[in-house]
Design a protein around this ligand. Structure first.
Ligand code: SAM
Length: 205
């Protein structure tokens, strides 16, 4: 990783992902989480204030040291024990069935092999465990998709490998998840090509 990806990008992500306007979405995606939770792409911990009290512990998976450091204030303010216990969603250092649930927000866009990451999530959550997801991806409208395809190569370069064009729901169902709840919408205040969100809960069989 170069200086930009290592030192600059995590700070940009911290600012963008720290926007107050998306806090209601974070509240929604975290609602109902309980027990031991693995969070993939923890970033700088912007979901931490929204973990329900029923969450007993969180295993945070995050490659960026800078992101983890920027989470310090939120970690100090929560009563939920959070341990940074992995660096890559594609290789989770956990035993099978060791979590009750998983959480991923705006991360499946970036993990290089997202199918492998989803199979790892399935492996480490118990049968019947829930994945709470809030992800941007391929838009429902062809006009927006056109721009997403055009801008994708640039986005990957400037945003650490982030893709605009991943079909989130299809990826989840192909990985064997069943979709229980789903809301697909354009995020207020974001350009449509970047803010085509899927928010929901999927169950691992
Ligand atoms: C757009 S940020 C979202 C951060 C956080 N989930 C949030 O909602 O604020 C994407 C995150 O995915 C992380 N990431 C990148 N590659 C990853 C990988 N292979 N495994 C897990 N996380 C990864 C990045 O470091 C970054 O923190």
């Amino acid at each position: 990783m170069g200086l930009y990806d290592d030192r600059v990008l995590p700070r940009i992500i911290n600012t963008v992902c720290g926007s107050k306007t998306i806090e209601p979405l974070r509240r929604r995606v975290c609602a109902g989480l309980s027990g031991a939770v693995v969070e993939i792409g923890f970033g700088s911990g912007h979901n931490v204030p929204f973990y329900p009290a029923a969450v007993s512990r969180v295993g945070a998976v995050e490659p960026s040291d800078v992101g983890w450091k920027l989470a310090a204030k939120r970690l100090a303010a929560t009563g939920v024990p959070v341990q940074r216990s992995g660096l890559d969603g594609q290789v989770l250092p956990f035993a099978d069935d060791s979590f009750d649930a998983a959480l991923s927000t705006w991360t499946l866009c970036t993990i290089p092999d997202v199918a492998v990451a989803l199979s790892e999530i399935r492996r480490v959550i118990k049968p019947g465990g829930k994945l709470h997801f809030l992800e941007h991806g391929l838009a429902p409208d062809e006009r927006v998709r056109h721009w997403q395809r055009r801008l994708d190569p640039l986005q990957q370069r400037v945003a650490g490998g982030c893709h605009f064009t991943r079909p989130i729901v299809e990826l989840l169902t192909t990985a064997g998840f069943t979709i229980d709840e789903l809301d697909v919408f354009y995020e207020k205040g974001a350009p449509k090509f970047a803010g085509a969100d899927s928010l929901g809960i999927a169950t691992s069989p």
